[in-house]
Design a binder for this molecule. Sequence first.
Ligand SMILES: C[S@@+](CC[C@H](N)C(=O)[O-])C[C@H]1O[C@@H](n2cnc3c(N)ncnc32)[C@H](O)[C@@H]1O
Length: 320
Amino acid sequence: MMGGHIKMGRQEVGRFLEQYQGPNLRLVALALANNYPMFRKTLRMRFEEFGMMWSQRFEHELQVYFGEDGSAIGRAIDGYCRFSLEAMRLQATFNETLKYTAESHKDAVEETYSNDGYMVGTYLPALLLSHFLWPHHFRQLNWAPEHFFSRLRNVEAQTFYDIGIGTGFYSKEALIALPEIRGWGFDISAASIEHTSQLLARWDVADRYEILAHEVRPILDGGVDAFISVELLEHLDDPLSFLMALRESVGPNALGLISAAIDAPNRDHVYLYRDMDGISQQLATAGFQVLDSELFSAYEKSNADETVPQSGCFVVCSAR
Ligand SMILES: C[S@@+](CC[C@H](N)C(=O)[O-])C[C@H]1O[C@@H](n2cnc3c(N)ncnc32)[C@H](O)[C@@H]1O
């Protein structure tokens, strides 16, 4: 459940700022305050919006992955801030052009996914922290258990695929939410595969998971019970062809969580979705029935012409 919008008194917020609710969060606060004054209010803003459940969850996430290693947290914050600043610059250009700058998936593979230095130093730590520091990512993270994992529990799902594992974050969430489930993750980036292995090992769920270094294709006879693909579609030249291949791989009656970025430029975003309909039409054409959906926005528009990064999230079922 989301903490909702909790209005806090000045004193209460002040107390949080003094304590930072844990040693890892304090290290994040320190790294932001010392090196990135522009982002120094981020923690307070997230805490005001989401409350204690946000800070406790974030502290736990940081403890498991970083274990109070101040220099690792400092490097991750550097990556997050570089990534966020680039995203802000790209958004300003996108406001004028309404076009993504990345030309093709091939370019994204060469410049981003195969670029280990950038993946390890910037992309992957930024994505990991964004699940807590970007409000639309945190809202989506809280939407998934109630709207997707609960359905998997009801049908006693035993197997899932995750395509475009990135940090491994959503695979980890599924493996923790469903202690009996086994997963197979697909990704084409060596750095993402390494990050996912590490994340799952630190959360002690790696023994129920295998990673495959290629695009999705059928590996289990009869398909799988469930699948996840969070923020992959916008990275592809032809997401509809990918969705059709995915539909073939998972088989009938599989439940899926699929999200895609809308109006959200990034150096590796190729396919532009402008609204939820653009995604849901492709899902229907590929043979998926939409069971539930939600649009998450990074912030409110300040005027009608402004574009705002969003995430469109869908729970789907593969038709017979
Ligand atoms: C934005 S990240 C996904 C975020 C991830 N789901 C998470 O929660 O951290 C995109 C990922 O898709 C991977 N990717 C890009 N093209 C792919 C493809 N054709 N097949 C599989 N993975 C791909 C990239 O290597 C990258 O790790």
